[in-house]
Design a protein around this ligand. Structure first.
Ligand SMILES: [Zn+2]
Length: 353
C-alpha cells in the first residue's frame, strides 16, 4: 500500500500535530552502543508504570473518557477505531490475512511517518505465533515501513496493553545499525541466520527470506525464553502462574529478506528494585522511570519535560543525558555485557540448539 498521499493528508488535516512536534527538543549522543537519539517530549504527559498496569486490566467501558488528540473525539480506548475515523480520513482499513485492522499516523510522531496499526477488535496485546504472523502481514502490506510490537506484560510493555497494535514508520533507529557480534546456528531452521546484536538490551537478530521458517524460529525462541530461568543473573520466568518473560519484536525488510529483532524482556521485581529488576534503576529515575517500550528499546529516548529542569539543576549537558539513557537501556538488558552476562547468554542460546 502506497502511504505517501495518506501521510500528507494526515499532516494537512492536523491529525499529525506538526506544530507540537516541532517544539520537541532532539539530539544524538555517541555512546559505545552507537549514536543514541534523544527527545525531550514537550507535548505528552509522563505515565507511571503502575497506572499502565492498572489500565491494562480495565475494559473499554472503564476508559470511556479518552479524548483523541488528533480528532478531538471521545473513544472507548485510545486505539479503538470507528467507521467515522475512516470516513474523515484519519484511519485507513488494513486487511491482514482476513483479519480487520486499521492504520493511522501517531498524533505525536516520535519519528518520521510514525504510524500505528491496530486490530479493529478491542482485544489485549499478545506476543505469540499469531502476533509474529500479523507482524509479517503488516510489513508485507507496508514494506516501506518497519513495524514492531511492545511486549505484552506490564513494566516491560508499552503504555497501552489493552488493545492489540503495532507501531511502525520510516526511520532508522540506532539498534537497526548496531552490528551482530556473534552468529549462531539454529539447526531446526537452516534458512534462518541468527546472531546477537551489540546492544545494551539483549537482542537476538534473525534474517530470513522465508516467512514460515522465520515465524517458526521466532516462536521457538519465544517458547524457550518464556520458560527460562537463570538465578545467577536474576532471570525469573514465573512467580507461581504469573509469567515474567516476554519479547519485544521488531521486523523490517532488508536486502530482499526479513530482518527480525527479538529483545528478551523480564519484568520480575525485587525488594531492591520494586519497579523492575530489568527496568531503569532508581538512580536513573530523574531521567527515566517510565516503561522501556518498543521505541526506546530501539535507542530513541522519549524523555519527559521535567528532564529540562534536571539538566539545569545538575548542570547536565545533552551528552550527559544521552549517556544516562544508554545506562537506562543497560538496566533493561537481561544479559549484561560482563563476563557473567555473556556466559549466561551463551547458556540460553545453547538451549535453542
Ligand atoms: Zn480498544
Amino acid at each position: 500500500m502506497d502511504t505517501d498521499a495518506f501521510y500528507q493528508a494526515s499532516r494537512e488535516a492536523n491529525y499529525v500535530k506538526v506544530a507540537d512536534i516541532a517544539r520537541n527538543i532532539a539530539w544524538t549522543t555517541p555512546t559505545e552502543w552507537g549514536d543514541m537519539q534523544i527527545t525531550i517530549n514537550l507535548s505528552k504527559p509522563e505515565k507511571d508504570p503502575r497506572a499502565i498496569a492498572a489500565a491494562a486490566k480495565a475494559g473499554p467501558s472503564e476508559k470511556a473518557d479518552y479524548i483523541d488528540p488528533a480528532t478531538g473525539r471521545a473513544r472507548p480506548c485510545p486505539l479503538c477505531v470507528t467507521e467515522d475515523d475512516v470516513a474523515c480520513g484519519y484511519a485507513k482499513r488494513l486487511d491482514l490475512s482476513g483479519d480487520a485492522w486499521a492504520l493511522w499516523y501517531s498524533p505525536y510522531a516520535y519519528y518520521n511517518e510514525h504510524c500505528i496499526a491496530m486490530s479493529w477488535q478491542h482485544r489485549p496485546m499478545h506476543i505469540d505465533r499469531a502476533a509474529f504472523t500479523s507482524l509479517l502481514d503488516v510489513v508485507d502490506a507496508l514494506p516501506q515501513y518497519f513495524f514492531g510490537s511492545n511486549a505484552d506484560l506490564p513494566i516491560v510493555g508499552g503504555s497501552i496493553l489493552s488493545h492489540d497494535h503495532y507501531q511502525g514508520g520510516r526511520h532508522t533507529f540506532p539498534m537497526e545499525v548496531a552490528p551482530m557480534t556473534e552468529m549462531f546456528e539454529l539447526p531446526a531452521f537452516p534458512a534462518v541466520k541468527a546472531g546477537v546484536v551489540k546492544w545494551p538490551l539483549s537482542v537476538i537478530r534473525l534474517q530470513c527470506a522465508d516467512r514460515a521458517q522465520l515465524v517458526d524460529a521466532a516462536v521457538a525462541i519465544l517458547d524457550a525464553w518464556r520458560a527460562y530461568d537463570d538465578a545467577s543473573v536474576g532471570i525469573v520466568s514465573h512467580t507461581g502462574e504469573v509469567r515474567h518473560n516476554t519479547i519485544t519484536p521488531i521486523l523490517r525488510r532488508k536486502d530482499g529478506a526479513y530482518e527480525m529483532d527479538l529483545a528478551l524482556r523480564c519484568n520480575i521485581t525485587s525488594d531492591e528494585h520494586p519497579l523492575g529488576v530489568f527496568h531503569p534503576h532508581e538512580e536513573l529515575h530523574h531521567i527515566k522511570k517510565e516503561n522501556i517500550g518498543l521505541i526506546e528499546v530501539m535507542g530513541l529516548a522519549i524523555l519527559p519535560p521535567r528532564v529540562q529542569q534536571v539538566m539545569d539543576e545538575r548542570s547536565y549537558t545533552r551528552d550527559d543525558v544521552g549517556r544516562l539513557f544508554a545506562r537506562v537501556l543497560e538496566d533493561a538488558g537481561v544479559f549484561k555485557w560482563d563476563a557473567q552476562g555473556r556466559e549466561a547468554l551463551a547458556r540460553f542460546i545453547s538451549t535453542l540448539q
